[in-house]
Design a protein around this ligand. Sequence first.
Ligand code: NAD
Ligand code: USQ
Length: 388
Amino acid sequence: MRRPRVLVLGGDGFCGWPTALHLLKQGYDITIIDNLSRRAIDKELGVSSLTPIQSIETRLQCVLQLTGSKINFHLLDIANDYDAFLDVLKTYQPTAIVHFAEQRAAPYSMKSSLTKRYTVSNNINTTHNLLAAVVESQLNCHIVHLGTMGVYGYGTAAMKIPEGYLDIEVRLDNGECQTQQILYPAMPGSIYHMTKAQDQLMFAYYNKNYGLRITDLHQGIVWGTQTVETSLDERLINRFDYDGDYGTVLNRFLMQSAMGYDLTVHGSGRQTRAFIHISDTVRCIQLAIGSAPEIFSRVRIMNQMTETHRLCDLALMIKDMTGANINYVSNPRNEASENELFVENANLRKLGLEPRLLQQGLLKEITDIAKRYSHRFDPDCIPCRSYW
Ligand code: NAD
Ligand code: USQ
């Protein structure tokens, strides 16, 4: 019997690569599509992953050598090469498509008109080409998209952020009140986050009009670097971004502490954010794929995060662990200087997610990796140079 086929869009990236390896191990047949734009942006910015990531060819060869299974790969720009993409869909006939293929850094998206326009055109067209191609190919496949917690905004309301939909009470013309559910109002904080908010509308429309089966995972900030599968061989190592555009906050703090650099807390540090370890990311995607209903009466939205923290508390935790200094730098971003954040994540918990939390020795694992590759560290990459 043929194994269930999963097409991983953006499968060379930070979340996509470990997901492809994890799903392969779980018995799925895997094909990756990626245009390697993320590697090109590294060159454009003059930065590189702290970990020595190998070429996609070496990665795939290593997988074949270690597991005897082949991961197929197509070098293809989904935003701009619709026909070739449609061709892959028709030939491969995936049972599920995991969509990671977007420009994902808020600071990069805010650098200039060029990067704003690139982010909008890349992200919106990739998502829309995917939806149009699934309709045109008449595939009954399940689309799993990596969305972001950032679509909700980071308000101060003392209310748990629900999983995508909000109950509201409307007053009808006859004076009666009626309860309705709407998509949670989007409140993006960057052009990048805005494209994710637009994605939601496209998903809602294609689900309503064509019955497409879509799960949108509203993910928090991913931290960590390695998973069980990427640790098997150094040629499979995952990327580790620490630069001012692509490095996310907790990985940056851990990297900075390992290099004796002051922790760069933006503003008051009283911003609260949602986090998830990369091992839980890949597990959540497996859970989402394995639990797709036959019929989606609406887009299934799940909050993919395991814990929330104030940035200054994270910095203090790392200071206690490593003795690092904390530098409260002026905030390069236009964001609330302080917020509360309570998030519902019952859906993935019900499906079996058992979170790997910050305290479990994983912080040390990251600082160890940072130290191991310290010869690749470039302090010039640390400052954030995107202001908005
Ligand atoms: P990444 O940049 O490392 O990976 C994205 C991959 O998609 C890259 O390999 C890139 O080359 C590819 N890609 C981009 N545009 C493409 C196109 N037009 N055609 C083909 N390939 C294309 O990013 P990541 O950290 O792995 O994030 C993956 C997804 O998860 C993104 O959509 C992001 O918004 C979401 N997400 C990431 C985080 C995080 O902390 N990293 C948190 C929440 C959500
Ligand atoms: N920050 C610092 N110091 C730093 C870097 C960042 O204090 O050195 C602060 C930022 O000002 C912000 C917070 O940390 O308040 C998070 O910044 P980030 O760069 O770690 O994360 P963000 O820009 O939100 O984007 C990341 C991913 C994105 C994903 C998002 C999930 O790059 O793809 O969608 O996390 S979420 O934040 O939940 O929306």
